[in-house]
Design a protein around this ligand. Sequence first.
Ligand SMILES: [Zn+2]
Length: 103
Amino acid sequence: MTKKDKTKKDEEEDIDILICARPEELPEVLKKSIWAKCHQCGATVWVSISGQKAMKKSDKLKPFCSQCAFAKVQEAGDETEEIQPVPGALEELRKYISQKKLH
Ligand SMILES: [Zn+2]
């Protein structure tokens, strides 16, 4: 009987990706960001405020560093629609980075 195994596998695959920046990509602390560990590789990543809020709403949502998130998206190939980055989180990051570049 492998009923139990199937349930476990389903749980593991039922994960949403929260794309987070690694410290080397974002050396300066984003306002009120917290540290988290990449669900895939264990690297330290920043979780922005919108990311923190999203994680509170969904237990399925796990922080992934940008590299692992990118790898996951590529791995998924045609099924990329299943991977939906949290709205706002990435934009927040991009906005921050572009602001930095202007100065
Ligand atoms: Zn990672």
